[in-house]
Write a new protein. Structure first.
Length: 320
């Protein structure tokens, strides 16, 4: 799989399509930082404007929250709640965070007419193993395992209707973790916060009093194609060719739940919403939505702005 991602952060960052643009004088005081892995990707935490001891405590608390949520959502940890569900086909006494995220996934599945479907994991796994060129019969067999309607979500148990089904939450979990960490930092009294764990959430302006400048790139090694100013709320971008299954970079990573790999009608979709969870899931689903259905999908959302760039570079900016 071919993946290249650019990142830069103020409070917390990980691999993603957005990057905080460099700015002289962004930090007024000493910075404390950490670098590591979150949700299977490189991550960093930096806190400015607090004393070293307090900043280190906040970093430790944020890392602990990320670790707690990775133990639920990660596909890279064999003992995570999600991996156990995928392995066994059911999960008794599921964690509350998993129930919440699956509920929101169902709402976004409905809002995008099924384009956002976490049950594509069997297809994803097959394409990753074959560099995007599977045997046609194997692909059809994997596609038969896709179907959100065949996931049962109850407070006491989550289960699949058919053996071999599996979930991926990679199209929404980064937004959820972003929201949770941002909320935790707000509760700690930080009112000038920017959080990025694949998706970006802001709570207040930068320490200069100005909005955060967010650059959006379609591939991680490219300069920002578009810039946004963000003071509050969240922003998420999906670019199908930001990560690809093949070395040539032609087979994008966002999968159609009916056909598998397709050429989406959009080069990128950016969603601004008060929730990074919603922005993340919507951007993943809407990038597969045909232009004449985009407005219908937006009509189901509140306080949402979508910026879509099509294959010819034409830009559409709509709000709901």
């Amino acid at each position: 799989m071919n993946s290249g991602r650019r990142r830069a952060i103020t409070i917390l960052a990980a691999a993603g399509a957005g990057a905080i643009l460099p700015r002289s004088g962004l930090f007024a005081g000493e910075m404390r930082s950490w670098r590591g892995i979150a949700l299977g990707a490189p991550a960093s935490l930096t806190i400015a404007g607090r004393g070293p001891a307090e900043a280190d405590e906040l970093i430790a608390a944020a890392r602990a929250e990320i670790d707690r949520l990775e133990a639920i959502f990660s596909l890279h940890r064999p003992d995570s709640a999600l991996c156990r569900l995928n392995r066994d086909g059911f999960l008794d006494a599921p964690p509350a965070d998993l129930l919440v995220l699956l509920s929101r996934s169902g709402a976004i599945h409905a809002a995008t007419d099924g384009a956002f479907d976490p049950t594509v994991q069997p297809v994803w796994r097959l394409l990753a193993e074959t560099a995007g060129r599977p045997d046609p019969d194997a692909l059809q067999a994997a596609l038969l395992l896709v179907g959100w309607q065949d996931v049962s979500v109850e407070p006491h148990r989550i289960g699949f209707a058919r053996p071999g089904m599996a979930l991926t939450l990679n199209g929404i979990a980064q937004g959820y973790v972003t929201d949770r960490v941002a909320a935790m930092l707000r509760e700690e009294g930080l009112n000038a916060v920017l959080v990025e764990i694949g998706e970006i959430a802001a709570n207040g302006p930068s320490d200069t009093g100005e909005p955060w400048r967010i650059g959006i790139a379609e591939r991680g090694d490219e300069p920002a194609a578009e810039e946004f100013l963000l003071t509050s709320g969240a922003i998420a971008t999906s670019a199908p060719l930001g990560t690809t299954f093949d070395a040539s970079g032609a087979l994008g990573h966002i999968l159609d739940p009916v056909r598998g790999i397709v050429r989406p009608p959009w080069r990128r979709i950016t969603v601004l919403h008060h929730s990074a969870t919603v922005a993340d899931g919507l951007s993943t689903g809407l990038v597969l939505t045909q232009p004449d259905h985009l407005h219908q999908a937006l009509a189901r959302q509140e306080s949402c702005r979508v910026i879509a760039v099509d294959l010819k570079g034409r830009r559409i900016d709509r709000s709901a």
